[in-house]
Design a protein around this ligand. Structure first.
Ligand code: NCD
Ligand code: ZN
Length: 349
């Protein structure tokens, strides 16, 4: 693959970090993930979180029943960790290949995280079990102490929580989700471990915190971890362009109703499923790194999760693609990332 390519064929990608929600929203948003991705790691932070096996099985059924029949799609379920998670249940779910991983949300770190983990020491027995069975731990890596500056919460988490955690559980497989800072990139690179990887979102590659405050405040660009300085954005771009196998695709597509984005307390999250893959290819091209597109999108994630890479391929072509302006949900709507804008890449049909 060369940088002057007008057409690129890669193994069909997997999105290793997706919020599909439930009910009407699930039905409306899922096809955008199914169009571009064969599999997705499904985040468990529903209003009623997916905290056990039976909830995961019925949520997986609702997902499969909501998918458009044209798409062959496999949801990879995760378990929301709480202080009362039962290790045996994780073990059964993991061995039956219902759970691919468990998600650690520090309590009050992000959307629907209040039932999450207040003190990581309270889940030692759960992490011991996960380390023993080789079950990956997915981490929302931000400190929740309100005295820590919001722009520093990820870096402080690495120092105060992640580093001690990895010392205690050196063979626990960890994905540091949606990393946004130089500190995270350096931490992952430095350790160069088969037990540690990180996902990177399209919006943290395309934007920095200035974009949130241009022409007024832009609530649709509010997500967690919050957009950082341009300097960190550049480090993330260099991380993917380096072809380092520890980084892979996790879009963190996170739909919210308009009434909840534009509110006294606006919800955090960016719905990027209609364009995420096209955003990634745009950035890889900009970085002269198209040769690493396939490993980031389709190989590094499956290798970490110990699942086979997909057999299908997809082809992306250099052709303008206009992103839809909105999705109607009853009387409300969801507005996608880059709504109404045109990208230079599209999916070959
Ligand atoms: C996500 C959501 O809305 O569920 N929001 C976000 O800003 N990324 C949760 C998360 O991944 O933090
Ligand atoms: Zn997320």
């Amino acid at each position: 693959m060369t940088e002057t390519k007008k057409r690129i064929t890669i193994i069909k990608p997997d999105d290793c970090h997706v919020h599909l929600r439930d009910s009407e929203i699930l039905k409306k948003v899922i096809k955008y993930t199914g169009k571009f991705y064969k599999r997705a790691v499904i985040m468990p932070n529903l209003d009623d979180p997916i905290t056990n096996l039976s909830k995961a099985i019925s949520y997986r059924d609702r997902i499969l029943n909501s998918m458009h029949p044209n798409y062959i799609f496999q949801p990879l379920m995760t378990c929301y960790l709480t202080h009362s998670t039962i290790p045996k249940e994780l073990e059964i779910g993991f061995s039956k290949k219902i759970f691919i991983a468990a998600k650690l949300y520090p309590s009050y770190s992000t959307t629907n995280s209040k039932e999450g983990v207040k003190n990581i020491n309270f889940i030692t027995h759960i992490l011991e079990c996960m380390e023993k069975i080789g079950m990956p731990l997915l981490i929302h890596g931000e400190e929740t102490d309100q005295n820590i500056d919001i722009y520093d919460r990820e870096a402080v988490f690495i120092e105060n929580t992640l580093e001690p955690l990895r010392k205690k559980f050196p063979k626990l497989k960890i994905v540091l989700e949606h990393i946004t800072t130089k500190e995270s990139v350096e931490y992952v690179k430095k350790h160069n471990s088969k037990y540690l990887s990180a996902t990177i979102t399209p919006h943290h590659l395309i934007l920095n915190r200035n974009h949130m405050f241009s022409k007024g405040i832009q609530p649709y660009l509010y997500c967690l971890p919050i957009l950082k300085k341009n300097f960190h954005q550049q480090v993330l771009r260099e991380a993917i362009a380096s072809g380092d196998k520890h980084f892979f695709l996790g879009s963190d597509t996170a739909p919210h109703l308009h009434k909840n984005k534009i509110n006294f307390f606006g919800h955090a999250g960016i719905f990027n499923a209609p364009s995420s893959l096209l955003c990634y290819v745009t950035i890889f091209e900009k970085m002269n790194a198209l040769k690493h597109l396939q490993s980031f999108c389709s190989e590094n994630g499956p290798k970490f999760y110990n699942i086979p890479v997909n057999q299908e391929t997809i082809t992306l072509v250099k052709k303008p693609y206009k992103i839809l302006k909105k999705i109607s949900i009853g009387k409300d709507m969801i507005i996608p990332f880059l709504a109404g804008k045109t990208l230079n890449w599209s999916l070959e049909t």
